[in-house]
Write a protein that binds this ligand. Structure first.
Ligand code: GLA
Length: 399
């Protein structure tokens, strides 16, 4: 797998004999603030140098011919009859076509080839990269004039309504809005965001458990539902409460008897995580990287014990690095039940941390976890355009 643009473009040209619009759509990390987005709290993500590359041209008919390079697979959908595909990957694209049409935009069919190097199921948002990248490409190809916020929301809805994961806005938002060398603190209620500077030297290392849970999406939706039950219980006595963002920990404590223990734990984790994130941003901006790292470890404990979305491979990866020289902090990242840990590490310690993790993980599981030393890049962008663009657009609504 590569996010080398030339491979995707070459395949596209071989198949269609024309020059496509080429878009790079990055994966993401999240420093802290997990499972807070759909609870209208804060997140702290950044885009990374692993990406999906999409090559797209418009067609004259209503066929959408989609080729997934890495799967060596092709799927054809018809705009006049968009149905969920029996196999997984086409749905990330069909969902976007569906949302664009639902928003009232009239588009024609497309040829699309995509590939890339975001590992699938690793919690690095390869699905959001496909969705938001495809939405971005269609917006360009058909000159639909959809603004960036609407693109992010549209991509989120396609995941939620078509793929069926009731996700928050974080992944699609950072994919579109990311800035080079900056982590963004996003307020998932107002959708305002600010860049947070990391003062001091820190490398971001990801260790991939290569575990992916087949029930991860239903477990994710269940967590969301449990938080909803907490809010329902709280709002009976406090009608102003619309999300966990409105709930101080003391208020939750006072309502402990009105919800079951699981729901209480889920809510407690989310409330603490939002507070951790806000204090964590101050740590980063003042160069207190060890204090920030401590909070990452606390987040991991919360995700493991209260939110219950970790797994033993993730726990071991975090346990291995705890206390290693040069490690500020580590935790599981993303939705959970597998995927990667994110580690904030002093740059001169990257090699030794990596070797220790590889060796100890191999001892338990007999395999070495893939390691990604990532850099922070900007959001989805056009890499190249066909020389003579001839497209029509008929925007009839807004996203
Ligand atoms: C997945 C979802 C996000 C977010 C994270 C957990 O990545 O797509 O919206 O909820 O899990 O923080």
């Amino acid at each position: 797998m590569t996010n080398d643009v030339s491979e995707t473009v070459r395949t596209f040209k071989e198949l269609y004999g024309e020059e496509p619009l080429v878009v790079r759509s990055p994966g993401r990390v999240n420093l802290i603030g997990e499972h807070t987005d759909y609870n209208l709290g804060y997140v702290l993500p950044a885009a990374i140098d692993r990406a999906i590359i999409l090559a797209v041209t418009p067609r004259t008919d209503s066929q959408c011919v989609m080729t997934a390079l890495d799967m060596k697979d092709r799927y054809i959908a018809d705009l006049n009859d968009l149905q969920p595909a029996p196999r997984g990957w086409p749905n990330y694209l069909i969902g976007v076509l569906d949302q664009i049409q639902k928003c009232g935009y009239q588009i024609r069919g497309v040829n699309c080839v995509f590939g890339g190097d975001i590992p699938i199921g690793a919690g690095l948002s390869s699905s959001a990269a496909v969705e938001a990248g495809f939405a971005f490409a269609l917006n360009e190809v058909f000159e639909l004039g959809i603004d960036r916020m609407s693109l992010a929301k549209l991509a989120q809805r396609s995941e939620s309504e078509f793929v069926g994961v009731k996700c928050g806005i974080m992944d699609q938002f950072i994919n579109i809005f990311a800035k080079e060398n900056a982590v963004l603190r996003i307020d998932c209620r107002s959708l305002e965001y600010t860049s947070v500077e990391i003062r001091g030297d820190a490398a971001i290392l990801l260790f991939n458990t290569e575990v992916s849970h087949s029930l991860a999406s239903s477990a994710y939706n269940k967590r969301r539902e449990e938080c909803g039950r907490g809010i329902a219980a709280l709002s009976r006595r406090h009608p102003h409460i619309a999300s966990l963002r409105d709930v101080p920990l003391e208020l939750l404590e006072s309502a402990r008897s009105e919800m079951d223990a699981t729901v209480f734990n889920r809510c407690a984790y989310v409330i603490r995580e939002n507070a951790r994130l806000l204090r964590g941003c101050e740590d980063l901006q003042t160069g207190r990287l060890s204090a920030f790292g401590e909070k990452m470890f606390e987040t991991h404990e919360g995700l493991k014990n209260e939110y219950e979305v970790s797994c033993r491979e993730l726990d071991q990866l975090v346990d291995i690095v705890r206390g290693l020289p040069g490690v500020y902090g580590a935790r599981m990242m993303g939705g959970g039940f597998g995927g990667c840990t994110i580690n904030l590490v002093r740059p001169d310690a990257v090699g030794s941390v990596r070797r220790t993790v590889e060796e100890r993980f191999r001892k338990t599981y007999g395999r070495t976890p893939p390691v990604y030393h990532t850099t922070i890049v900007g959001g989805t962008s056009v890499i190249s355009r066909p020389r003579a663009a001839s497209v029509t657009s008929m925007p009839e609504g807004s996203a």
